[in-house]
Write a protein that binds this ligand. Structure first.
Ligand code: KIV
Ligand code: NA
Length: 279
């Protein structure tokens, strides 16, 4: 199937078709997601927690992101890929934001970049990156790069005032030139209000069923990442348990001399060669 563009996503929204969005961090996972027909892949800075073993997303670097975006692109050559701008790759200035966004396009063939927040400074960054011809996805609500200010991993927009503030942020992000917005960890009513007022596709993660599309962190929804699981995650598989059992069985079989014993998993000498040697 041909790679979807931002125009396809706008069409899907106008026809009421849901956009399917998952994270991936490596070649094999991306390959499976493309095969499964996922519409867009986020190489999230959740990479830091899922693949690199950090407690937060803060230590993730631009080089980490580029390396993993390249791998995901190799696995999913025909899927729309969003590169997540890591902490401090866009906060300091418009120039650094444009340069780092450009790296996702030039070095990793990404289609879009994503950055967090809806404050005045972030609106400038969105305008700057979009002005450089790069598609930008906004990200509001429970934004992990603002964890210190949010005070933990908590749903946002639960009061009328907080909800109004998020709805306003979404409008401003759209006006600043974003092609889409990801809304994370908000009540269903807030996700719905944002989607209804938007002129661009609104994707949700933990934002209810009324957003134009749904995102999950792939490692959560297949039961791979087990440090914690947010309320909004539905588990579609238990890969962690499957892998652990396979590793355990292999460990046992090697120790007990049960692997490899069968001809299926071993090589034999060339028969003719042996006959020659025996002459
Ligand atoms: O990094 C990521 O995977 C994300 C999602 C959690 C929204 O930004
Ligand atoms: Na992220």
């Amino acid at each position: 199937m041909a790679k979807k563009t931002i125009l396809d996503f706008q069409n899907m929204v106008s026809k009421g078709e849901k956009i399917v969005y998952l994270t991936a961090y490596d070649y094999l996972t991306a390959k499976m997601q493309e095969k499964a027909g996922v519409d867009m892949i986020l190489v999230g800075d959740s990479l830091g927690m899922v693949s690199l073993g950090y407690d937060t997303t803060f230590p993730v670097t631009m080089d980490d992101m580029i390396r993993h975006c390249q791998a995901v692109r190799r696995g999913a050559p025909n899927t729309f890929i969003i590169g997540d701008m890591p902490y401090m790759s866009y906060q300091a200035s418009d120039v650094s934001a444009i340069e780092n966004a450009g790296r996702f396009i030039k070095e990793a063939a990404s289609d879009c970049v994503k950055l967090e927040g809806g404050g005045a400074q972030i609106l400038n960054r969105i305008q700057a990156i979009s002005g450089a011809g790069i598609l930008v996805m906004g990200h509001i609500g429970l934004t992990p790069q603002f964890m210190g200010q949010i005070g933990g991993y908590k749903a946002q927009g639960k009061t009328a005032q907080a909800a109004m503030s998020l709805i306003r942020q979404a409008k401003l992000i759209e006006e600043a030139g974003a092609c889409s917005i990801l809304v994370e960890g908000v009540p269903t009513a807030v996700g719905k209000a944002i989607a209804e007022q938007a002129g661009i596709p609104i994707l949700g993660i933990g934002a209810g069923s009324f957003t134009h599309g749904q995102l999950l962190i792939y490692a959560d929804m297949v039961g791979f990442y087990d440090n914690f699981t947010p309320k909004f995650v539905k588990k579609y598989a238990n890969i962690g348990e499957t892998l652990t059992n396979a590793f355990r069985e292999y460990t046992m079989e090697v120790r007990e001399g049960q692997f490899p014993v069968d001809t299926e998993h071993t090589y034999k000498m060339d028969e003719k060669e042996i006959a020659e040697l025996e002459k």
